[in-house]
Design a protein around this ligand. Structure first.
Ligand code: ATP
Length: 478
């Protein structure tokens, strides 16, 4: 049989750049013969040689070649070619990008979602184990989503292939090169920090970190510098935030174990049966884990985070009648329903906060100069202010939220009086009240999850919507 003709760059139409790495640019490209889309990773030879990354590149290619026949859960390498200046890797196009921005946008994942993607990761780690491959740099940036929202693991430049002599030699070199760790500090296992050899269970440590992050919104080991993160990892110094699912916690605790051989699954004769059997996966059918659930934010404090309740049905267990308590509860339920337009509290004023005469703006600005928040808002007139809890997953931080002309939505740490950031404004900014306390501010890249302990979430949404209608009148009508 004749081998397929060697491809070259002229077989593809190169579209937009979809990502950049330290040594590569990734393009969305279309095969001119089949119209099929690919991600083509292009590496400048000069750059690779200058940075001494030849080994890194050839390792990535080798691992991708080993994994490509078992395509699911891994980015597949369709072919490679080169020209005098560049190397080209033709890869599966992961249409839905990296896991990390989805996690950041939503704060954290629901348990259903976490369970599903953990199960896919376990299946992928089983394949890696069976092929003698340790990833060594598993993290949410290296987990991509395909068009159907299944995971595709990528970035095998740091991987280790156990059966290969070449890699054994390379490992000896690594052992001699002390403290040469490069990568993402948060997910590195203690044995890699102690210069002992990586084992399959090093990826199980990373799995524990990723599960923790999917449930809570942040990785378990966090500190101001890599050095401090490493210290925490070596001392197993981390905590579970309140509200962390108990079964997920048990699984994480069994994976984040300092001794690699004591991690759940590490000594399985058939990897990773003991992980599959963990209670966290009790309702997973490992032979067919089914389609992925929709990625939606986990909303602690709202009874149903999916918003999929059938609200048109009256539950059987309710007593007849309507007393004061029940009326309040039903009203709250109505507001909690994401699709409905919430009714406003009676106490709210109908005055529009943004439509001010120039003289009034001047007068208020003069008064504001005496206010302690004035120096933090770049001279903009504050229209509304209040303390809110800004949530990311299960973590919440108390912030002073300052809505100003401009428009701006600044948030300040009230304890240190430092400006921590601002919610970026744009025509796409949208508010979504969840109940009297909780409201979302949606932006293209992130959903800000805010909680007003005083219960004025609806007022916040009204104020932000008015400011939006004032600055972006056309988009606000749609
Ligand atoms: P570094 O080399 O610095 O570690 P990296 O491994 O992320 O970075 P690349 O593999 O070149 O570098 O990827 C660059 C970016 O391109 C990534 O951030 C990723 O989001 C995107 N990307 C890589 N491969 C694909 C793919 N197959 N489909 C879609 N996007 C991809």
């Amino acid at each position: 049989m004749t081998p397929p003709p060697k491809r070259s760059a002229s077989d593809f139409v190169f579209g937009k750049v979809i990502g950049e790495g330290s040594f590569s640019t990734v393009y969305l490209a279309k095969d001119i013969h089949t119209s099929k889309e690919f991600a083509i990773k292009v590496l400048e030879k000069r750059h690779i040689i200058r940075e001494k990354k030849m080994e890194y590149v050839s390792r990535e290619k080798k691992v991708l070649q080993i994994l490509s026949p078992c395509a699911s859960h891994f980015v597949r390498l369709y072919c490679t070619f080169q020209d005098p200046e560049r190397l080209y890797f033709v890869l599966t196009y992961a249409k839905n990008g990296e896991l990390l921005p989805h996690l950041n946008k939503n704060g954290s994942f629901t348990i259903e979602c976490t369970k599903y993607y953990t199960a896919e990761l376990v299946l992928a780690l089983e394949v890696l184990n069976s092929k003698g491959i340790i990833h060594r740099d598993l993290k949410p940036e290296n987990i991509l989503f395909d068009e159907n929202w299944h995971i595709l693991i990528t970035d095998f430049g740091s991987a280790k292939i156990l059966s290969s002599n070449e890699d054994r030699n390379e490992d000896e070199n690594n052992k001699r090169r002390k403290n040469s760790f490069v990568g993402t500090a948060q997910y590195v296992s203690p044995e890699l920090l102690k210069d002992t050899e990586a084992v399959f269970a090093s990826d199980l440590w990373a799995l524990g970190c990723i599960i923790y992050q999917m449930v809570s919104g942040l990785p378990p080991f966090r500190a101001g510098s890599e050095y401090l993160i490493f210290q925490k990892i070596l001392k197993l110094e981390y905590e579970f935030p309140e509200g962390f699912d108990q079964t997920a916690k048990d699984l994480v605790e069994k994976l984040l174990v300092l001794s690699p051989s004591k991690r759940l699954g590490a000594t399985d004769s058939q990897p990773y049966t003991s992980i599959r059997q963990h209670e966290f996966f009790s309702d997973i059918d490992w032979d067919n884990i089914g389609p992925p659930p929709r990625i939606i934010p986990y909303l602690p404090g709202c009874s149903d985070s999916s918003g999929n309740r059938n609200d048109n049905q009256i539950p059987d267990n309710l007593e007849p009648g309507l007393d004061h308590e029940k009326a309040s509860r039903l009203q709250l339920d109505m507001i909690c329903q994401p699709s409905s337009t919430p009714t406003r509290k009676k106490s709210e004023t109908n005055k529009n906060i943004i439509e001010l005469e120039p003289a009034e703006i001047e007068r208020r600005l003069e008064l504001q100069k005496m206010d302690k928040w004035h120096n933090l808002v770049e001279g903009n007139l504050i229209l509304k202010q209040g303390l809110v809890d800004k949530r990311k997953g299960l973590f919440a931080r108390r912030r002073m939220l300052l809505l100003t002309r401009g428009p701006h939505l600044y948030y300040v740490d009230p304890a240190t009086m430092t400006l921590k950031g601002e919610i970026p404004w744009g025509a796409e900014l949208r508010t979504e009240p969840k109940n009297f306390k909780i409201f979302f501010v949606h932006t293209p890249n992130r959903t800000y999850y805010l909680e007003d302990p005083e219960g004025y979430a609806l007022e916040w949404c009204k104020a932000i919507d008015e400011v939006r209608a004032f600055y972006y009148p056309e988009q606000s009508q749609s």
